[in-house]
Design a protein around this ligand. Structure first.
Ligand SMILES: *Cc1c(COP(=O)(O)O)cnc(C)c1O
Length: 471
């Protein structure tokens, strides 16, 4: 067989294998832990002199390496933000990788860059951003947040104020925001964690008070990060109030919508995100709730000029030409130079799936979480800690007479025991000091049957765990 023939055959085999696996995923484990022996086996695969046969190496990757760990695409995996990527996105990745266009410059791939701009424009419109807004595909939410807070800093602060710039997040803000702030030189003692109310939304009185106190100390408040869909509970911060506070104090408003912004595509629920259009910048992940494979995030700027000021190598040159769009390249709007043309996988998915089906899938996930909440409420041993919001629900098992600490342990045990079966992935998080079980229900294949199985397994583990506590 020629080398080319071998490549074709191995590629076909790989495609068959991954598609078969996907078709039967429900029968597979959601979690497959790796034992010490297996890990050692993998670690000992040598980098030898002569190369090996391709089919043999691919088989090793499938059966010895990828076979282990958390399968975030499994329909009974509800931990973190699951990654229910559509095979259309896999195909998009293949397309992107095989052409391997340099995504840093528009002139390298003019038609692809036109698609990126159009897609960004389309989604910016969904967010309610005006003409003159812009954005860019980046690797994910962390990078989108970093890319945006840099522009916030450069726009609001003078360089000599960088050392007193102060930013405001909530107790529920994703850790990537603080990381991004520290990368741009905002030290921990200038990042305020504003408390949240009973619905896990940023407390507006506390925010205003913190801003006033910092001003009195000679600091320079410059940025509030609001979240649309917090990772723990799916809560949405009071966007209009935050805009008013930002206006009153000359501050930038960034929205972290890495998780929740996708609900803008649900005609039934988009109204819950009202106020998103008021922000100065927005982070939105394709690999969270737009069915994309990892490495697909987006950042949006209300005013493209502000992003150019931060990132264009010659911003003044662009300004002189009154921002002739044809002169702007991806490298002028963000941090990366060489990058894959990530837009193409989302484009492919949207073209084939169609917006109507995407709308339906997102809406259905939100409804399913509400339905799960309703079912859980019928169980006298379950307490809802955070109502179903943007497809996330938090609850905990309670037993009369048990102390808080014991309940924390009970719920941690239930999660650990359920996950140890490998059949489900349901993890705990901490809300207002309590250990709770959290389910993020965005996988379109997490249908009624999968949910019933999952709740059944949790209940079984609860019955087992509670016996341990009996005298
Ligand atoms: C996941 C998440 C992030 C981080 O995004 P990555 O794509 O993992 O870098 C940021 N904010 C929120 C709200 C998230 O859910």
């Amino acid at each position: 067989m020629t080398e080319n023939d071998q490549l074709r055959e191995a590629t076909r085999d790989l495609v068959e294998f991954v598609l078969d696996r996907r078709e039967n995923i429900s029968k597979d484990k959601a979690i497959r832990p790796i034992n010490k022996e297996q890990l050692e086996k993998v670690e000992s695969i040598p980098f030898q002199g002569p190369g090996r046969e391709l089919p043999e190496v691919l088989e090793e990757a499938e059966h010895e390496i990828f076979a282990y760990g958390n399968d975030c695409a499994h329909p009974r995996f509800f931990g973190f933000v699951p990654g229910p990527a559509s095979p259309l996105s896999w195909l998009g990745d293949f397309l992107i990788a095989s052409y391997n266009r340099h995504g840093g410059a528009g002139f390298n791939q003019p038609a692809v860059w036109a698609i990126e701009k159009k897609l960004i424009r389309f989604l910016a419109n969904k967010a309610g951003y005006p003409e003159g807004s812009s954005g860019l595909f980046v690797s994910g939410g962390s990078m989108a947040n970093l890319t945006a807070v840099t522009v916030a800093r450069d726009t609001i602060l003078k360089e000599e104020e960088f050392a007193i710039g102060t930013a405001y997040v909530s107790e529920q803000t994703h850790s990537s925001v603080e990381k991004g702030l520290r990368v741009i030189g905002i030290s921990r003692d200038r990042i305020r964690k504003v408390p949240t109310d009973k619905d896990f939304k940023m407390d507006m009185e506390a925010l205003e008070k913190a801003i006033k106190e910092d001003e009195a100390k000679g600091l320079k408040p410059f940025l509030v990060i609001a979240t649309v869909g917090t990772t723990n509970t799916g809560s949405i911060d009071p966007l209009k109030e935050i805009r008013t506070i930002c206006d009153d104090n000359g501050m930038w408003m960034h929205i972290d919508g890495a998780y929740g912004a996708s609900a803008l595509l649900s005609s039934e629920y988009r109204h819950e995100l009202e106020g998103t259009e008021l922000s100065d910048s927005l982070a939105w992940d394709g690999h969270k709730w737009l069915y994309q494979t990892n490495g697909c995030g987006m950042v949006f700027f209300r005013d493209q000029m502000q992003a150019l000021n931060s990132y264009a190598v010659h911003p003044e040159y662009l300004k002189d030409l009154e921002v002739d769009d044809s002169l702007i390249n991806p490298w002028d709007l963000g941090i990366e130079l060489t990058r894959p043309v990530r837009c193409m996988k989302l484009w492919l998915t949207m073209q084939v799936m169609g917006l109507d089906l995407i709308d339906e899938k997102i809406t259905r996930s939100i409804n399913r979480a509400k339905e799960v909440e309703r079912i859980l409420r019928e169980n006298p041993n379950i307490q809802i800690v955070s109502e179903a919001k943007l497809a996330i629900v938090n609850f905990r098992y309670v037993v009369k007479g048990m102390k808080e600490k014991e309940l924390d342990r009970l719920n941690s045990d239930i999660s650990a025991m359920a996950n140890a079966t490998g059949e489900v992935g349901v993890f705990t998080t901490e809300l207002k000091g309590k250990k709770v079980l959290r389910m993020c229900i965005i996988n379109p294949d997490a249908d009624e049957k999968e949910l019933e199985t999952t709740l059944g397994i949790l209940q079984e583990q609860f019955e087992k765990a509670r016996k341990r506590y009996r005298k």
